[in-house]
Design a binder for this molecule. Sequence first.
Ligand code: GDP
Length: 440
Amino acid sequence: MAFESLADKLSAAFKKLKSKGKLNETDIKEAMREVKLALLEADVNYKVVKDFVKNVSERAVGQEVLESLTPAQQVIKIVNEELTALMGGQNARLVFPSKPPCIVLMCGLQGSGKTTHSAKLAKYFKGQGRRPLLVACDVYRPAAIEQLKIVGEKAGATVFEMGQGDPVKIASEGVKYAKDHGHDLVIIDTAGRLHIDEKLMEELKNIEKTVVPNEILLVVDAMTGQDAVNVADTFNKALPITGVILTKLDSDTRGGAAISVLQVTGKPIKFSGIGEKIDDLEPFHPERMASRILGMGDVLTLIEKAQDAVDEKEAAELAKKMKENSFDMNDLLDQLRQIRKMGSLRQIVSMLPGVGNKIDEMNLDDNQFTRIEAMITSMTKAERAKPSIINPSRKRRIAAGSGTEVQDVNRLLKQFEQMKQMMKKLGGGKKGKRRMRLPP
Ligand code: GDP
């Protein structure tokens, strides 16, 4: 994931501060030097780093820090606040006009993730009750229209296309189609080039003049580091972009673009792409991103993902089963499938506080889920309902059916039994005594 190395270096700098107890100006200066180097190495724009360190230092040598009982914590708090402010403070949302449809023009270089993110946005807003229409204006690569149709289908969104005609005409016909067919969101996928050139900009300007979009979202690839910010700067000077989608934040990028884009262009990042799948899109929340960079996790996003993945009715039923201790293998299978909907194990665990750079030491193998699913689906109905009937010959059959070993089946059965014991304790203990408590 992005920011691992940055989070690593920042946490090393703060660890030194924490070990000192009381701090003086020299300690803070030294820590700020390390923070500065860490940010520069993460590809954050030089000027942005300079201003950032200046702001943090000014606040950190103030009385509130030096006289505090926990000065290192105060410094971290200031870094957190200033990082959040750098990225815009709050999540910048898409602005929907009072009269639909909302027209979103997607632009960016080839390979930045435009087509993928057009579909991700369609799926995201469909989930919020909108009726998106995808419009195929990347007419130069025949495969692009096909690709949009494929991802559009995954998003469950209609794709409007007119083959390889004039992109300006296709865009305006697309908007007309949306109005005629009750689509309240039009997402126009445009062509990209390997480099910014006159022709690309001219075409985008012409589309912009013709359809007058409500949002012009620039898609930039976080993996290109400083270049991502330079590209954003150039596009921003040529077109009135309203926001940025920063893609490939799941990859091993140093992540500096996320911190610099707003400062350099004045335009906020509205969404981030965190994988190749259709659901791998997140609204960009500066405060949550800052927490991740500082290794504090991102519990709010985790909760949102859980809310999206979990059906409330099913959850209530599950709670009832846990209470009655009638939870069986079918329920476990449902649970696993819901967790998988939230993303890969790595994505989920990386949002937990304190995990930060330790994630690489963890053995997070999504195949374990696949193996467990395979084992449960190889069980008969009776076995799933009552795993205690699974004798050695049944175990051999389940292992053979799921491509696993008998010892894997044994492990699953043992873990299942432990889970049930645990649920029994939580659900059936004396009133009030064994309730789980939230930390104060
Ligand atoms: P376009 O040329 O701008 O339309 O780019 P595409 O949408 O075709 O994406 C280019 C490549 O990047 C494809 O292989 C995508 O699967 C991949 N991609 C797009 N977004 C992401 C992302 O957020 N994370 C990762 N890992 N890959 C992505």
